[in-house]
Design a binder for this molecule. Structure first.
Ligand code: NAP
Ligand code: ZN
Ligand code: ZN
Length: 350
């Protein structure tokens, strides 16, 4: 980073539950292996809202959310080999890890046993707070930066850095593909990417949404079937149907009811991160030998693989582009499940 840029514009929550407002935050000088990214777009993930409202606890304020970052490399450190000035790049939910533990070595940096460094609401290796993508620039180690293929424009690519990888990774791990029936619960930011990706992988996709309000969209995005979970008949009609259920729901779900929708040896995979615990009757997994699993984002190499997959299949996010000052209004709309299907901040307005 050129010496004179030490602070950059950003949108921050000054305290838990306080509206976000324009401010400035420091960015470190460009180190040997760092890239300075001129941020073009930042997606709004529901995790930003959980954290800005301190729903998960232990939030660090002021907080600059944003872990769906797409931009262009503006400067590189002398040791950088992966990227050059002008390259289109992305940054997701983490900006570093220990790089030495078994998980890091296996490409599972998201499960670093020493804890990865989150893109925001965390502390970096020098103990300084990290600030996320609702900002004009960010400095990130090249090892935690991925390339955005030419085929995807940066605005619709930004949400892939969290919503894309968070759904791609478990869909691959649980073998979503031809001959497999996959249900996606919740048609929001993650859910709409799950539908697109599972369809592109060749699975037969069903959306389970609270209502039929977004049915036309769900079918257009690649689902073959669409049911309302507010209707109890759905649970009778679909009992024992699915090989895999991927839940992207941000609120607690009645798990026993959903486990009843799995075939024997099917898997319910949860990526939603509700603020309250859920209850479970263990007979719901014993009967039928079912799997209840979780998944958190994906590793760096897998994130690059996901971006390449999306480019190859022409997949991007469905977005509503907003100005930075609309962020608080956008948060309210996400909380009301009124998002089609990802808000993306135009960083030029920050
Ligand atoms: P989102 O856009 O708000 O989508 C969540 C969807 O869940 C809503 O669109 C809605 O879909 C459904 N929903 C919301 N409240 C519900 C309720 N009370 N009962 C049933 N369904 C409900 O959020 P997102 O950005 O996709 O994130 C979803 C969750 O995943 C959040 O908790 C987020 O923190 C978490 N997350 C986890 C990871 C990870 O690594 N595991 C990564 C990113 C995000 P319908 O309108 O279709 O019902
Ligand atoms: Zn996210
Ligand atoms: Zn590690």
């Amino acid at each position: 980073m050129t010496e004179q840029i030490t602070t950059v514009s950003a949108y921050a929550a000054p305290a838990a539950n306080a509206p976000l407002e324009r401010t400035t935050v420091p960015r470190r000088a460009v180190g040997e292996f760092d890239v300075l990214i001129d941020i073009k777009y930042a997606g709004i993930c529901h995790s930003d809202i959980h954290q800005a409202r301190d729903g998960w606890g232990e939030g660090i304020f002021p907080m600059v959310p944003g872990h769906e970052i797409a931009g262009v490399v503006a400067e590189v450190g002398p040791g950088v080999t992966k990227f050059a000035v002008g390259d289109r790049v992305g940054v997701g939910c983490m900006v570093d890890s220990c790089r030495e533990c078994d998980n890091c070595k296996a490409g599972l940096e998201q499960y670093c046993v020493r804890g990865n460094v989150p893109t925001y609401n965390g502390l970096d290796h020098s103990g300084e707070p990290t600030y996320g993508g609702y900002s004009t620039h960010i400095v990130v180690d090249e090892a935690f930066t991925v390339g955005i293929p030419e085929g995807i424009s940066l605005d619709v690519a930004a949400p892939l850095l969290c919503a894309g990888i968070t759904t791609y990774s478990p869909l691959k791990r649980f073998h979503a593909g031809p001959g497999k029936k996959v249900a996606v619960v919740g048609l929001g930011g993650l859910g709409h990417m799950a539908v697109k990706i599972a369809h592109a992988l060749g699975a037969e996709v069903t959306v389970l949404s609270q209502s039929l309000r977004k049915k036309d969209d769900g079918l257009r995005l690649g689902a073959e079937h669409y049911y309302a979970t507010s209707d109890d008949a759905t649970f009778e009609q679909l009992a024992g149907s699915f090989d895999m259920i991927l839940s992207t729901v941000s609120a607690p779900l009645p798990l026993d009811k959903y486990l009843g929708l799995l075939r024997s040896e099917g898997a319910f995979v949860n990526v939603g991160a509700p603020e309250e615990p859920v209850s479970l009757n263990l007979f719901s997994v014993i009967g039928g030998g079912k799997t209840l699993a979780g998944s958190m984002i994906g590793g760096i190499a897998e994130t690059q693989e996901m971006l390449d997959f999306c480019a190859e299949h022409g997949l991007g996010s469905e977005i509503e582009l907003i100005r930075a000052e609309q962020v608080n209004e956008a948060y309210e709309r996400v909380l009301a499940s009124d998002v089609r299907y990802r808000f993306v901040i135009d960083a030029a307005t920050i």
